[in-house]
Design a protein around this ligand. Structure first.
Ligand code: ATP
Length: 514
């Protein structure tokens, strides 16, 4: 072989070797990318953001980085930084990042000192040698930008594999979107789950007092018996809770439990709610409606505030109790229902009968099995148990970790008046839990200045010159105000307003609040 020929073959082998090395490096890099993509496909947003930034720095051979996401107003929000001092000026990074977003393409500055990047002073001040900004695009929409830079002379941006970087950015954007979606679904689920939690309350009657032991025994007796029950007790003593317990612990638990506040709706609406109506029965009845007594066939209808039922409604309820039949509004045929009725009132119904405000025959029908709930002042020994129970419940709901209830706080809670009974105690604790910053349950008198239903923060406070509003309007405005404050969360609004969710729903309906 001539010298020339062997030299040629040597060179050829070298070229082959080089290209095979390059090929191997490329394969390795893509394999690594695949591995990274697998790792960032977690559903924990915080973890995803951290991993993306960490891998971006590694992949590009740089030193520090930022991850910014677009917000709804079109601004950029810094969501993650790596290896950046807190007080560092992000001027340059922001301008390059914005440019990458505006142009929808990556911006690479391999050699800062010789390039003409804008805001060069700040880059120079930071002593940067190279910067890179890559837009994050998911489903044709730029959702943010990854930014990395370095002050090293020897850095990875000289050999940047743009294809690899683009592929990583595409995967990162999808991972972020998925994790964001997952986070939102989780929040929605918690929000939707709230009413279910309320339905779970049935086995959570907390007590130790003699009075409540008697109530418990009474509940046991009627669990599997369709007998009508009348629960009496002051407001907030747990009447609906008892109705829940009877339904969910008894043999009707697989059928529906529905609650209706008898005093919150005008008669016509209440009638249609309870018994249903035929299409065209009255103006606005555009379709047939099934009433609660049909919905809860085989289950339970809880009639709250039965003492407020109008004389006409009392007649209709009496007929239902006597015959087990009812008619939808606008219909002439009778329908049967096997719904068990549990009625409740804070009034002394016997006294109302004597005063002529309540039908005697209906009273006897309803009070076949009366249960009386003692006010909280007559069972103070239940208070520490209730406090612990609600603290645990709110720890879960508010994601707090309050585990210490100082003795003086418990004493104060045990001695207070609690005119609104357990509901008031529960609302009081809710406010304490929200305002206590650490692990200890705190009490500051000023948190309760203005009472529990304080509306002093109301945005629509009437001005001196404003004309007076009717009570109806004030109630409507206040319900709207509270709902707005809690972003439509009805359970929370009901808690703040000191009423049950079902009562709130009835009032919202009455005021035409969607
Ligand atoms: N013994 C108890 N154990 C645990 N929670 C209770 C107890 N009693 C009442 N509660 C809670 O207190 C709140 C008020 O109870 P509930 O709504 O049953 O009272 P109520 O007597 O029906 O009120 P109202 O008279 O206003 O209709 C609810 O959140 C309920 O879960």
């Amino acid at each position: 072989m001539t010298g020339k020929k062997s030299h040629f073959l040597d060179s050829l082998n070298k070229v082959r070797q080089k290209s095979s090395d390059r090929m191997n490096r490329k394969v390795l890099a893509w394999e690594k990318l695949l591995e990274i993509c697998r790792r960032i496909s977690s559903l924990d947003l915080d973890q995803v953001l951290g991993l993306i930034l960490e891998h971006m720095i590694e992949l590009t051979g740089t030193q520090r980085g930022l991850l910014m996401l677009c917000d709804r107003q079109g601004g950029l929000k810094l969501v993650r930084a790596a290896n950046m001092a807190e007080n560092q000026d992000f001027h340059i990074s922001r301008s390059i990042a914005r440019q990458a977003i505006a142009e929808g393409t990556m911006m690479v500055v391999e050699d800062v000192p010789t390039s003409g990047v804008r805001n060069r002073h700040s880059v120079m001040d930071l002593g940067l040698t190279a910067v890179l900004a890559v837009p994050l695009t998911a489903r044709d929409r730029v959702i943010g930008v990854m930014y990395v830079d370095t002050d090293a002379v020897d850095h990875g941006l000289h050999q940047l594999d743009r294809g690899l970087c683009d592929a990583f950015a595409a995967q990162a954007a999808i991972a972020i979107e998925n994790a964001q979606l997952h986070q939102k679904l989780k929040q929605d689920y918690l929000f939707l789950k709230e009413p279910l939690d309320e339905a779970d309350r049935f086995d959570m009657i907390v007590y130790q007092s003699r009075g409540m032991q008697r109530v418990r025994l009474a509940i046991e007796k009627v669990l599997d018996n369709p007998i009508t029950v009348l629960v009496q007790g002051e407001s907030g003593t747990g009447k609906e809770l008892v109705a829940h317990a009877i339904h969910y612990q008894g043999n009707r638990k697989d059928k529906r439990f529905v609650a209706q506040n008898t005093g919150a709706l005008p008669d016509t609406l209440l009638e249609s709610e309870l018994f249903g109506h035929r299409r065209g029965a009255f103006s606005g009845a555009t379709s047939d409606k099934v009433g609660l007594f049909e919905i809860a066939d085989g289950g339970t209808v809880f009639l709250d505030e039965i003492g407020e039922a109008s004389p006409a409604m009392q007649v209709r309820l009496l007929r239902l109790l006597e015959t087990g039949t009812f008619r939808r509004v606008g219909e002439t045929r009778d329908r049967q229902t096997d719904a068990r009725i549990i009625a409740a009132t804070h009034r002394d119904l016997a006294a109302e009968v004597k005063k002529g405000n309540f039908r005697e025959d209906l009273f006897y029908r309803l009070s076949v099995f009366p249960i009386h709930l003692p006010p909280l002042r007559d069972r103070r020994e239940d208070i520490p148990l209730l406090v612990n129970h609600f603290v645990e419940e709110f720890n879960r709901k508010l994601h707090k970790g309050i585990h210490l209830i100082p003795r003086n706080v418990m004493e104060m809670l045990s001695e207070r008046e609690w005119k609104g009974n357990i509901r008031e105690l529960k609302n009081f604790l809710y406010r304490m839990m929200v305002l206590s910053p650490g692990q200890k349950l705190l009490y500051e008198a000023e948190w309760f200045e203005g009472g529990m239903d304080d509306a002093s923060e109301a945005e629509d406070e009437p001005s001196e010159t404003a004309s007076f509003k009717t009570l109806h309007e004030v109630e409507s405005d206040y319900i709207r105000y509270v709902l707005k404050k809690v972003r439509g969360n009805q359970s929370e609004a009901a808690r703040i307003l000191g009423m049950k969710r079902t009562t709130l729903l009835a009032r919202m309906k009455k005021h035409g609040i969607a």
